[in-house]
Every structure is written in C-alpha cells, then in structure tokens.
Design a protein around this ligand. Sequence first.
Ligand code: PLP
Length: 436
Amino acid sequence: MQYTANSLENHWMPFTSNKEFKASPRLIVKGEGVYFTDHMGGTVIDGSSGLFCCPLGHGRKDIADAVHEQLLENSYASPFMTSTPGAFELAQKVSRLLPEPMNHVFFTNSGSESIDTSLKMVMAYHRARGDGQRTRFVSRERGYHGVNIGGVSLSGMVKNRETFSSVMPNVVAMRHTWDPENAFTRGLPEKGVELANDLQRFCEMYGASTIAAVYVEPIAGSTGVLLPPKGYLKRLREICDETGILLVFDEVICGFGRTGSAFASQEFDVIPDVITMAKALTNGAQPMGAVAVRDEIYDTINDAAPENAIEFFHGYTYSGHPAACAAGIAVMNAFDAEDSFKQAADMSEYFLDGLFSLQDLDCIKDIRGYGMLGAVELKAKGNPGALGTQTQKDLFWSGLHVKFTGDTGCVAPQFIAEKSHIDEIIDKLRKTLEAI
Ligand code: PLP
C-alpha cells in the first residue's frame, strides 16, 4: 500500500499529545495475529488488544471477507422504518450470549454512543412508568464512560471533565474501589464491599425515588483496571432491587470474554438492568457499539407508545450499519468456533502469573488483574502521568504496545495469544521497567 501524505499536520489526533507525536511518530502500518508492524519496519507485539478491541487478533480474513461481501451486496439502507437483515441476526447472536432476561439489543457506533443511548433508555423507561421524577444519576470516581456529554458527565476522570464543565447536571459519584491496602491483590479484593453503600447514602441524602440509575464498569478498565471488592456488585444489585434504581453495567471493555465469561455479569453472577458494549463486538474491525436491556425495559417503553407510533425517539444514521453487522456476525461465529471465552479463561492464570512476576521491580506501586485484563501501576515521578507516557513510548520502541492511563499500563492480551506471546509481553515489560 502507498502512503502519500508528506505531512502529519492535518490530522488532529484523539487523546494524543499531537506536538510530541508529530515530532516522533509511531505509525502502525500492518496488523497480523498478535503483531503490528510500525512504519520503520519494526515488529510490535500487541499487549492491549489495540484498545481492548481485538481479542481474535489482527488482520482476520474471515471478518474482512464478511465485510467485503456485505459491502458488495448492500452497503447501506436507512435503519429508520426500514432495516437490513444483518442487524436482526447480530442482535440474536448477541442476545444468546447475554444473561436472561436480556433479549433486546440497540445498535450504536461506539462505546460513547452506547452510554448516551442507555441514558435515554433509562429516562424513557422511568417516564413510561410514571416515574419521571427520577432525574438523578449515580456513577463512580475513576469511572470511564466515553467522551460524549452523557459519558463525560458520568465519568470520574478529572482531565476528561475540567475543560468541559457544562455537562449533565444531577450526577453524583460513589468512591472508587482502589484501596492501597489491597495492593498486589490478584483477582477480587477481600476488603471494600462497604464502598457499595455509597449508593445507599445517596438514597438517604437525595431520596431513592429521585435516582434513575447507577452506572459502573464491573471492572473499571481505562483508569487502570480497578477491581470490584468481593460482594460489591451484588450489594449494588440489592440496593437497586430495594429502591427501583436501574443498575447499568458498562461492559465496553469487560464484554465478550475479557473476564473469561461472555459478560462480567455472568462472571460475577450479578444481572444488571442494562449492559453497554462495543469494542470486541466487531473485534475492532468496524466501529460499533450496542446496548442491551432487560425485557421489561423494552416492553415498558414500547407499550407506553400509541399504536403504530415510534416508541423510542432515538437512533443513529449508522445504527446497525450492514458492514458493522457483517463484522459482528463473523466475530460471533469465530467466538463460537474457537471457544474464545474459554480460551481467555484458560490463558488467564498463565497471563496473571506472568504479570505478578513483575512484583519485585522497584518502580512498581501495584499490580492488579482478572481474566485477561491486568494493570501495572508505576510509582509516579514528577507530574502524574509523565512516567507513564514516557514508558508507553519506550515500550513501543522495544516492540511492545501497552495502553497507559496516567502511570498505569493496562495489559490485555488477545485471546489467541499463546504462552510464548505472553512470555514475550512480560519479558519486554520487565526489560523496560528495570531501566526506570
Ligand atoms: N465505556 C467504557 C467502559 C470504555 O472503556 C470506553 C472506551 O474505552 C467507552 C465507554 C467509550 O467507548 P468509545 O471510545 O468506543 O466511544
């Protein structure tokens, strides 16, 4: 393939230090299996599945062929008042993976859109039940729910919020679940279930009948893999059951096998009312997200509308885009054929053994992990995040891609990774971290 641009200037890059990158670019020109090739011809092993998107590996012919065939057959039709077959097929396949009673799936184009869509579903549901006074939302410090206004309002990351202060009102945040006393815990921490009672306190402070929903990532991914203490998610479910607050699991990272089960909901045995998802839904090959709801939510919103009227005034031009659905169907077929979630569960112990073997390094403050999702948190040096940013670049030039948030590297190997690939990721981490 020919790349003809002779300047990097015109592309305003997302979540990137544009000036630094353009002075010292890191372009990825090819992806195959667990490896990337950079623009200098170097090989880089992918230690974060891209951005947690590509558990099946890069350059999959089955997915590419499915998208190609679909585009030749029909590249687009309006999803409003007409539709295309793939959307129904993919919704059915996703429903089969979801916990009961969640059998309805709404398609979006990203995790951020899934979050905003879910907020509207929650509002529509309460209104349809005559419960429209529930206007308050609860989320959590150090949560990440994407970058649209709804998601920023829910997110608990200062840098994502401070520039954009005009967000949704009436959102309150529970405390995050990271506790230094749980440092170097593998799996779910024993201590900290009482943090879920923050939701109870909000009920006592604001009145439960004013709260619409509580949003949590079952494992907070982007802010550094913060695990829920044992019993924490169940306690949230209990409070929601007692009060009529809806429980939303943002499974944009956890969904599709990252924990070893299809969804974290099944892994942790807690069924929420709404699940948001994206990323691995298409193995990252097409932009796509989705929101799944309990049947009762779908039925309540639909039954409240007059006969033959549109029930939910929401949707995107590209909701259920044929090419994205084709990719999603190919991915669901591959998950099935390759038993991918079991593959993830089986490799998890080996991966976590490797990750926790780094514990002796002086530069490390904490290591956390569950399933095929782990974090190495470095002791900050200088400004928070400065060491992490430098380390991410050093790792890249040593041939390893790991996504950093602040000073924490989030390691999320692909499910197709073999033991030798895990060894390569851990060796490269060790060598670079030893030099700090
Ligand atoms: N929610 C969670 C839990 C995420 O991790 C992300 C992205 O990392 C999002 C939402 C936003 O997804 P997107 O970047 O596809 O909009």
